[in-house]
Design a protein around this ligand. Structure first.
Ligand code: COA
Ligand code: ZN
Length: 309
């Protein structure tokens, strides 16, 4: 069966809402641990206003200091062309733009209405492409908005299509507040897949209601092979009340492995990366599979030592 590509968004989505400051060095250590665990793609930071998101204020220093192993992708979120300029200066090769599917969420998140936000996103995508960058485009609050309620699926299709037309390489359909059920995932994908090739569709789930893994399973069944997740389930959005952490990378990895979808991730090194994330934020994080993953990693390492005797 075809492999699944997981983008770990922990360093951006997971750290942006932390209360206590996180050091640039600590972020680098986390990103190294994620590369070591085999993550093919990482969203490392965002070039947003430091007043809006103080935790991402070090993006200009962090990004140029990061190693990108061959064949892997390191991206950063940019809310506007100003962010893109900063990303280019930092040597970034892949950017993600973010468009919320509702008027109010765009206002709260990037202080633009929907129409203006769409213009800014498409202009940013076109400019990024003219510099030869790879691009991702988020459709945020694609299932429900904390201010406007349920998001109409046809609107998600229209916005995704507009960004695909502007050259977005990957369309990331985001359940920013973790409100979707598998039935909603089916409804949105039924709208989207006839107009956007499934290879270019990624899904981004938060686990507010404990349904993120069920939603990923629904999307997998409909042919989606790209997912965002965050190590240890770190996450939340400072502008979307009630948003919890992301789907945990290690939980998604277990689901994929057990259902025959290769991820290229090393379970023992994922456990290590979760420990690095916990140390970084100062409290224990980890998906639902963690106790089992930890036991099986210890078991595998004991067996290896036994063989070497
Ligand atoms: N990076 C750094 N600073 C930026 C910037 C960027 N990409 N874009 C704008 N700014 C600065 C401006 O220079 C200005 O600075 P000043 O106050 O020192 O003069 C200030 O931010 C306000 O600029 P303005 O154009 O009026 O923006 P705004 O106040 O309407 O804020 C955003 C717009 C997009 C910059 C801001 O809302 C933001 O960064 N949002 C990010 C939200 C986010 O990360 N959400 C989570 C991920 S989805
Ligand atoms: Zn998110």
């Amino acid at each position: 069966m075809a492999g699944v590509v997981i983008t770990d968004v922990g360093p951006r989505d997971g750290l942006q809402s932390q209360q206590a400051p996180v050091s640039t060095e600590g972020k680098r250590t986390l990103i190294e641990a994620l590369w070591a665990a085999g993550l093919p793609a990482i969203e490392a930071t965002s070039f947003v206003s430091p007043k809006a998101v103080p935790q991402m204020a070090d993006a200009d220093d962090l990004l140029p200091s990061l190693r990108v192993p061959p064949g892997r992708a390191l991206s950063a979120l940019v809310p506007n062309r100003r962010g893109l300029e900063r990303a280019l200066r930092a040597g970034c090769r892949e950017v993600a733009v973010v468009l919320s599917a509702t008027e109010t969420m765009n206002q709260r998140n990037i202080r633009m209405g929907l129409a203006q936000a769409l213009d800014e996103c498409t202009a940013t995508l076109l400019e990024a492409r003219s510099h030869g960058l790879a691009t991702r485009a988020y459709v945020a609050v694609a299932f429900a908005c904390p201010f406007e309620g349920r998001t109409p699926a046809p609107r998600v299709r229209e916005l995704a299509q507009a960004m695909a037309d502007a050259g977005a390489g990957e369309l990331v359909i985001a359940d920013t507040i973790g409100a979707a059920s598998p039935v909603d995932v089916r409804e949105v994908l039924d709208e989207l897949l006839p107009v956007v090739p499934v290879e270019r569709v990624g899904l981004h789930f938060h686990d507010t209601r404990g349904l993120a893994l069920a939603n990923a399973w629904q999307a997998l069944g409909m042919g989606v092979r790209r997912f965002d997740a965050s190590i240890g389930g770190l996450g939340g959005c400072p502008f979307a009340p009630g948003a919890a952490g992301n789907l945990a990378t290690e939980d998604l990895a277990v689901l994929c492995t057990q259902t025959g979808h290769a991820t290229g991730l090393d379970p023992a090194l994922l456990v290590r990366a979760v420990d690095v994330a916990s140390a970084l934020v100062g409290y224990p994080v980890g998906g639902r599979a963690m106790p089992w993953l930890r036991r099986s990693a210890q078991h595998a390492s004991a067996e290896k030592q036994e063989e070497m005797k």
